[in-house]
Design a protein around this ligand. Sequence first.
Ligand code: ADP
Ligand code: ZN
Length: 730
Amino acid sequence: MSANGIFQAGEAVAVLTTQPLGGTLDYAAPEGGVAEGAFVVVPLGPRRVMGVVWGPGEGGFDRSRLRRVAEVLDVAPMGAGMREFLTRAGAYTLTDMHQMLRMATRAPGLTTPPGLRKVYRPGAGEVDRMTPARERVLGVLEEHGGLSFTLGELAEIAGVSTGVVKGLVKLGAVSEELAPRDVPYPALDPGYGGKALNEEQAVAAAALRAGVASRDYGTTLLKGVTGSGKTEVYLEAVAECLAQGRQALVLLPEIALTQEFLARVEARFGARPAEWHHGVTVTERRRCWKMVGEGGAQLVVGARSALFLPFRELGLIVIDEEHDGSYKQEDGVTYSARDMGVLRASIEGAQVVLASATPSLESWANAEAGKYARVELASRFGAAVLPQMRAIDMRTEGLPGDRWVSPTLQGLVRDRMEKGEQALLFLNRRGYAPVTICRACGHQVACPDCDARMVEHRFLRRLMCHQCGHTEPVPETCPSCDVEGKLAPVGPGVERLAEEVTALFPQARVAVLSSDLFGSARALKVAVEGIAAGAADIVIGTQMVAKGHNFPLLTLVGVIDADLGLQGSDLRAAEKTFQLMRQVAGRAGRAEAPGLAVLQSYQPEHPVIRAILSGEEEAFWRAEAEERKAAGVPPYGRLVGIVLSSPELEDVNALGMAMARRAEPLRAIGAQVFGPAPAPIARIRGRHRVRLLVKAGKAAPVQGAVTAWLAQFDWPARVRVQVDVDPLSF
Ligand code: ADP
Ligand code: ZN
């Protein structure tokens, strides 16, 4: 290899492909040479597959017999930092390298050359006859003016046939032109639209800016109560990063929040950034991937998988709502975007900002230990004050078993309505009722393929499995005893709560925010904007309302069942309940009117409920930390979950037992193995699942030991093995 990282024609290079080959394969560099990190196409048997030039060939066999790299793709080579990141992330999560490469190349059409394509923009022609369909097309173009669409995508997003778009092109109302396929994103101006910060914010922003200016690795926990201006503050760190000419990445937990966030970025930097999540069109994803590699995207706003984009010069990663469980990918490759973000930044010499009102115990502990810096915003911005919080003791409310809004809560809601303010009732249960039971024989309707009950969704008139999505019509007779008309809903879901609320407040405008009631992110956005503008008196919502939306008229939050998350044996139950309740309560009183949050509870003296009400977080975390320390679990010990699944329960039980018996490699590092036990989801889509849990000391070389342990066994083909380093539930 020459000094500039180019392999000369004929030189042996090691290529990592997306195929399961157990490592790299050697090829001969093509005519004209090839750069280290280049994306290439290589022959593999009779096929051609994509790969990356990972380094010099490993050699060891006759050079003249090496097959030649077939094609060098016209995309920016993968940088050394990115290659190191994939290697280390793969080693940490015990993932094969071809899988890691697949994650890093999950952009469609990378092998298609750039070329020209048709793009659609607002035109100047008059529309003779405006129809709703035409209006939608023009609306989409207006709203997403900066994005690229193919004809099919534009039609799909607008919900019209391609003929409607073509008709508008004919009229000149939409212009169709040929443009380069992947164009850079509009430049962001770090000096545009900065807000005057209050003193507390200015101190926090200066600390974050200084971190970015150091051009060195560092992680800061930005802890700030809801409404304190965390977003404004970390956008200052983004500004610093952009001013340096380096790239920034902001991860959000929920794509429903993206549009609101993009609008804020535009207000701050004068243009929209690149977007990366599964709601983005294929064309746009490809553009984003390429531009990130070429430096044509300064800022990416995205979901956790954006971490695997090939940034050219990454200076900052912001992880907003860092405590959020959705940062853990549970399917396929299991990884925590928060932890992998820190790894990536440490390799690139970049900064990480972890923003949250209710940090994870992991991040809190890292700040306590001095590994992360900690920056605090203690008060809400402007006139807004934090909501008051109190419990409603449900034992004294005398509520019948099929009703969920206590008289006290009812009175509070009525009072808000009289003042023209909004109330939010929070219940973290989708659907109408969590259980459908036969009153003749006691049978509970369950999913045929999962270890889960079927949940009634009355708006859809169906039962649905929340594990696998299987749905079926509500049966008229009991599937077990065949008696007709005895199936009854038990317990509340948001739809049933809405029914009760409508009966209690017939004049109220009631809005239900639950993910399954909205067909698209756009529909949800419209609903959220409507509520923010005052189109509802009472909002009923699931977990999704806890995340980030601003409802200025909202002054009351009523948690229907504050005890819900405290049941069960999950060691994280207390942490999760604490976070969720504080987040939900934070929705109240974000503008001038003061807020109140009430928790309906049958155990208001429970230590977690008391900590939520008192807001004494440090004390709560300290107590949690003590418990975890005593149990030797994260963040004070290491856990690795091994989930075995098979259509046959016997397979996984027998194999699990054999694995537990032959655990010498684990014992060698002082680790223990528990199980096999039914996995947290014991059966899904017809597959039985058991889990073994490896518990090791914080500093034990657990990955190596697990690898050696697993290597002792041959699995039957129908058994799948999934390794989950740092499982979320334990
Ligand atoms: P958080 O992310 O902590 O919940 P936000 O950044 O969303 O808080 O801020 C809450 C609200 O206050 C937003 O509407 C935001 O625009 C506004 N805000 C915060 N700081 C400022 C500021 N310095 N100047 C003007 N508005 C601000
Ligand atoms: Zn199911």
